[in-house]
Design a protein around this ligand. Structure first.
Ligand code: ZN
Length: 481
């Protein structure tokens, strides 16, 4: 009986597919699978006394795709380590953490790549999260294809997908455990309910992570919307995966960032070429960018500036907008002495907990504070806690500066430990994160600068290390040179 039903369903399905195929308004063009996959596997594995980390990720050899995936992975590692630190008891034995990230390539064609990551984290013997993350790329351009883009011919697609998804999930194999009220909420026609999807040969797969449509740890649920489900109601923009397609760039509406009075009031990077006396030795000198977050601080930032001057070194200060006006003289001194200024938001909130308006406000208020006090404004940002997603990145619309060396100065508050960590982990092109609000960081700085100088490093600003300018691309995320 079951087999008969299945056969009937299959027949109906192929009939529907046939109908669609004959229709001019074809709903769904499945990706044509290529058998010449060039996707390689990379592994990151760490084993420490308080945590283990195991990551597998794909390398496509398409630069933009690989950059996007790598940025995602690094941001997830940082999140896990943040969570581990948050759970760290002030006294007693450290808790144990396990992190794993695995992937499946579900579409691999000449035009499209779709990948599902499965992420699991355990802290102190408890599964704290299990989450799926999806990526759909146009293989030629390397751009990610969003759901908006895929349904650009059907602006009200969410209104159609939402009830379809609700019905499918309600009748899924776990239907008995499903709470209809919760399910309804998790399938409401909001884009964030449907962001986890993949474009596959049998249709669009939507994944609902645990907690979205039900309580706790019942795991992710997946549904397929195929051609028969669309029923001429929806038309997919499969062009989004074709060769010369560029994504639709939506105009940013309010609030607009305050423009600088003129272009020259922007902070220009040191003009190495313009001086015409490039030191031949400096070509081979290793470079590192020291960065200080969360200031300016009336006492510690001043001390740090004195030490940097003594060692003839440059650094970058990621300042909080709400500290700019009360410490205007220090901000001016930072600029006058050739250091970099970056925005670290207005008040250090978690950007992932804010909406578009909230994020833009944090950025705009900070830009205005800098401009009012100094006539200049930063052209790059370090997101509080280093936590962001693609949407937030678009809202900020400036290069994001993460880091590759983190001595956790705020945690250890041990000058010796801070200096040793930096000197042991630094590489040519590293970005080091420090905080100019702790005495221990100030005490560690002379040893750091002395050590770096002995190892033949030059300390430069972020813009000098990365070669970024106010007019350069704004969609980059940097962890190191
Ligand atoms: Zn911070």
């Amino acid at each position: 009986m079951k087999i008969k039903t299945l056969l009937l369903a299959l027949m109906l399905l192929s009939f529907a597919a046939l109908m669609v195929a004959c229709d001019v308004q074809a709903d769904y063009q499945p990706p044509i699978l290529t058998n010449t996959s060039s996707i390689e596997l990379e592994t990151i594995s760490e084993s420490h006394k308080d945590y283990t980390l195991n990551i597998h990720y794909p390398v496509t050899n398409q630069l933009q795709i690989d950059d996007t995936l790598y940025s995602f992975i690094v941001s997830r590692i940082i999140k896990f380590k943040d969570d581990l630190l948050d759970a760290y008891p002030t006294n007693g034995t450290p808790i144990e953490g396990h992190y794993s990230l695995d992937f499946r390539v579900v579409t691999d064609t000449a035009d499209a790549i779709a990948i599902i990551f499965t992420e699991k984290a355990r802290l102190g013997g408890i599964d704290v999260y299990e989450e799926r993350h999806t990526f759909n790329f146009n293989r030629h351009s390397g751009d990610m294809v969003s759901l908006d883009e895929l349904f650009s011919n059907s602006p009200d697609f969410l209104e159609i997908i939402s009830p379809l998804a609700y019905q499918k999930l309600l009748h899924s194999r776990n239907a008995l455990e499903i709470d209809p009220v919760w399910l309804q909420e998790g399938t409401l026609p909001f884009i964030q309910n449907f962001n986890c999807f993949t474009y596959q040969s049998d249709g669009l797969h939507f994944i609902f992570n645990s907690g979205q449509i039900g309580q706790g740890h019942e795991g992710a649920q997946e549904i397929i919307l195929n051609a028969s489900d669309f029923k001429n109601l929806l038309s997919l923009n499969t062009q989004a995966f074709s060769k010369n397609y560029r994504p639709i760039i939506k105009p940013i509406t309010e609030p607009e960032l305050l423009p600088a009075a003129n272009e020259s009031t922007y902070f220009e990077p040191p003009a190495l070429v313009a001086t015409g006396k490039a030191d031949p030795d400096s070509v081979h000198k290793k470079r590192v960018a020291l960065t200080f977050d969360d200031g300016p601080h009336p006492k510690f930032t001043t001390q740090i500036l004195d030490i940097l001057k003594e060692y003839d070194s440059e650094a970058t200060f990621f300042m909080l907008g709400n500290r700019v006006a009360p410490n205007a003289a220090i901000v001016k001194r930072v600029i006058a002495e050739g250091h970099g200024i970056g925005s670290h938001s207005w008040g250090h909130p978690k950007f992932t907990a804010l909406n578009e308006y909230g994020v833009k406000q944090q950025i705009q208020l900070t830009q205005e504070a800098f401009l009012a006090q100094t006539g200049m404004k930063p052209f790059y940002v370090r997101v509080p806690f280093g936590r962001f997603n693609q949407e937030i990145q678009k809202w900020i619309d400036m290069p994001l500066i993460q880091w590759s060396v983190d001595p956790e100065d705020w945690k250890s508050k041990n000058p010796q430990k801070i200096a040793t960590h930096v000197l042991e982990h630094v590489q040519d092109g590293s970005i080091v994160v420090l905080h100019d609000i702790h005495g221990a960081t100030v005490q560690a700085l002379p040893a750091i600068l002395k050590g770096l100088s002995e190892m033949d490093y030059e300390c430069v600003t972020v813009e000098s290390l990365l070669g970024i300018t106010p007019k350069g691309p704004k969609d980059q995320v940097y962890y190191k040179k």
